[in-house]
Design a protein around this ligand. Structure first.
Ligand code: NDP
Length: 680
């Protein structure tokens, strides 16, 4: 008997004592492993995540968590070959495995990088800007995101055993939530191997990742109000989960990514021979054959203008005819097997349903395989159907395999209406070189889709294609697609956190957020803050500069020197007619440049570089004769991991002789952690 898969639960590997269920190789039908969760204490897993994993994770800052994700990604890269070798048993070709394994590792890298660059080196995230709630400025509001003391449960589909886990793990981990992953049984052996590699690496704190191999009985019963479930799979199972009392009434947050009848639309401007025509055909054929069409984002509905139906079917058929199908161990095979014979039966049933309103125009279910046993392996050759006018099934039935249906439209409104009949999808594409078509279709599709690709000759070279969810872009869709949203860069992290509006005095808000708040105490210091290293700087350290009177000479000199001779700075008569200025005003950039001259401490020191400004606003015009002064305050200190320096954000306010703010902005600098630098 083949080995029993193990769960990683509460800090140890657990093996069920019963015989379990066999898991079969998708291409050969041989037994790969057995699976059972019989006797597994899922409540103890949830408790372990809460008591060990969560606290360990939340003791780390976002940057520290990001660094662990990066280390994990690097580690998995070194063990990728083992994953590839096992992945073939799921029916995947090496191209399919690249999407799953490299795609998953790439998602870890992407989140590691985003976490380090876009999140603070802290444990909370500020959302939006400060809201002034009282006239005197003593009562202010700020939204923050804080971690939840819960567990992120992921229940995954069979089609992406590695990516499915990692794309959900990365954002949850950054958000401070420990994960329990429950992979689909059919391909759980590959997830188990990946989890083994992760646990063996000891990179992640104990309790931050656990694996439930087998049935999930009792799992949702153990969840409470701070926990969440991210589900990918069938609408049927999603319905069962939605009706669980802990979801209905117990406050467990459920995110769903379920069925999706994605479409690709050929623009009415495209004719055979145009580059877009070929791109369209290639896109549809690729989506039908990668992972043997078992992709939640695959193109199920091919929408073309009526006169284009025949040329599209002809070109698509010609392309698909070249796709070799068979055992993915054979390097000449382009498309492997479906995940199981059961899955193939499901697709066959779906095709039967589709045939009530569509005809098969390409494909032969008895076609010869390049390699492999058609009885034991879950093979299926690509099938194209052509829908009859008024067909309803193509908008309702999801054949989760290498099957697409061509439908015709008459005008852009009709294309949009057909797309919407999918009742909400994950991804759509429109292939057009006409900007008006692109705008009309994108705006028409947007309410019904989580992602829309506009493909043409200009972006084709770099395009990642219709079906690839990207870590930096939202993955999910409304309605039938489940209504969930994953990935999307830092958005995916914030989904796991609680947004809270904090109302307080500026000083209290500074204490809560770790970021200096306008209206908070300034900490004047004898030493210029530019002489202080990161170790010595304190939030609130302030310098109030000397003053400088801006002259007409200054303004003329700046205009000559920079070439910015805009009339408001150079032509007194024209400037007098300007309703906002009523006369010559200083360039905003002159004000900011003079401000820098006022606040810098010029000698070599711990301030290494100025890397930009944020939120620059010129709020009051500066005229010749006005006297300006700057107040510069340390707003936020962010040490960089693995560097001898960190970022310091300074609040800069330039005022005039009447103490009115004339310019406000944040100055961004890099400052050495210690000074003199330790090696000097
Ligand atoms: P399922 O919905 O059957 O299974 C998905 C996951 O849910 C698996 O991990 C499964 O575990 C688990 N599960 C099943 N029942 C329960 C339950 N009562 N409580 C908790 N977890 C449960 O989908 P499949 O993966 O089998 O795929 C079936 C169909 O779903 C496909 O043919 C396709 O139509 C659709 N699908 C859609 C996807 C999309 O994103 N659009 C992606 C993948 C599939 P176990 O395997 O152990 O039963």
């Amino acid at each position: 008997m083949s080995p029993m898969l193990e769960s990683y639960a509460a800090g140890r590997w657990f093996r069920a004592a019963d015989e379990g269920e066999p898991l079969l190789d998708a291409a050969t039908g041989e037994e790969v492993a057995r699976i059972s969760s019989h006797g597994l204490d899922v409540a103890a897993m949830v408790a372990h995540a809460r008591q060990a994993g969560g606290p360990a994770l939340r003791a780390l800052t976002f940057h520290e968590r990001a660094a662990l994700l990066k280390a994990l990604a690097k580690h998995l890269l070194t063990r990728k070959d083992e994953l590839y070798a096992l992945s073939v048993r799921t029916g995947a070709t090496s191209r399919d495995t690249m999407v799953d394994v490299d795609g998953g590792i790439g998602t870890l890298f992407s989140y590691a990088s985003k976490g380090a660059r876009e999140l603070p080196n802290d444990t909370i995230v500020l959302d939006g800007s400060l809201e002034r709630l009282g006239k005197g400025g003593t009562f202010v509001g700020q939204h923050i995101y804080a971690s939840r003391p819960g567990v992120a449960v992921q229940i995954n589909a069979f089609n992406f055993p590695v990516w499915g886990m990692l794309e959900k793990l990365a954002p949850a981990f950054l958000a401070g939530l420990p994960t329990i992953v429950k992979p689909a049984s059919q391909t759980a052996y590959l997830t188990e191997l990946a989890v083994r590699q992760i646990i063996e690496s000891q990179i992640l704190p104990e309790g931050t990742l656990q694996l439930l191999a087998g049935g999930a009985s009792g799992l949702l019963d153990a969840l409470t109000i701070q926990d969440s479930v991210a589900f990918t799979g069938s609408a049927h199972t999603a319905g069962i989960l939605r009706r669980h009392p802990n979801v209905l009434d117990g406050g467990v947050v459920l995110g769903v990514e379920a069925d999706s009848l994605n479409c690709s639309i050929l623009g009415p401007d495209v004719q055979p021979g145009d580059p877009e025509f070929d791109l369209f055909i290639k896109g549809v054929a690729t989506e039908m054959t990668v992972k043997a069409g078992q992709k939640c984002t695959a193109i199920r509905r091919v929408l073309v203008p009526e006169p284009m139906a025949d040329p599209v079917i002809e070109a698509l058929s010609a392309r698909l005819a070249k796709v070799t199908v068979g055992d993915p161990r054979n390097p000449d095979v382009r498309m492997g097997a479906l995940a199981s014979l059961g899955q193939r039966d499901e697709v066959t049933k779906a095709v039967e349903a589709l045939r009530s309103s569509a005809e098969i125009v390409f494909g032969d279910q008895n076609a010869t395989l390049l390699d492999g046993d058609p009885e034991r392996g879950a093979f299926m050759t690509p099938l194209v159907l052509h829908a009859r006018p008024g067909a309803t099934e193509p908008h309702d039935v999801e054949p989760f395999g290498p099957v697409s249906t061509v439908l015709t439209y008459d005008g852009l409104d009709s294309a949009i209406a057909l797309a919407a009949r999918g009742k909400g999808s994950l991804a759509a594409s429109v292939v057009t070189h006409d900007p008006d078509v692109a705008r009309t279709i994108v705006l028409g599709l947007a309410p019904w889709h989580g992602r829309v690709l506009v493909l043409d000759r200009d972006d084709a070279q770099e395009s990642t294609g219709h079906g690839s969810p990207l870590p930096v872009l939202v993955h999910g869709g409304p309605g039938r697609a489940g209504g969930g949203e994953e990935l999307g860069g830092i958005r995916g992290v914030l989904h796991h956190m609680q947004r809270t509006a904090v109302q307080a005095s500026p000083d209290q808000l500074t204490a809560v957020t770790g970021r200096w708040t306008t209206g908070s105490k300034h900490l004047p210091s004898d030493v210029h803050p530019f002489r202080k290293s990161l170790a010595d700087l304190r939030i609130g350290d302030t310098i109030t500069s000397a003053t400088r009177t801006v002259t007409l000479d200054d303004i003329e000199h700046f205009a000559d020197f920079t070439g910015d001779t805009f009339y408001a700075h150079t032509d007194a008569e024209a400037a007098a007619r300007n309703p906002l200025f009523g006369g010559i005003v200083a360039h905003g950039y002159l004000v900011v440049s003079l401000a820098a001259g006022l606040f810098v401490d010029p000698a070599p020191g711990p301030v290494l570089a100025n890397f930009g400004v944020d939120g620059l606003r010129f709020v009051t015009p500066v005229k010749a004769g006005d006297t300006i002064q700057v107040t510069l305050t340390v707003k936020q200190i962010t040490p960089r991991t693995n560097a001898d320096y960190g970022e310091v954000r300074w609040d800069a306010v330039v005022t005039n002789q009447e103490a009115q703010p004339v310019a406000t902005y944040d100055v961004l600098t890099l400052v050495a952690k210690t000074w003199p630098a330790s090696d000097s």
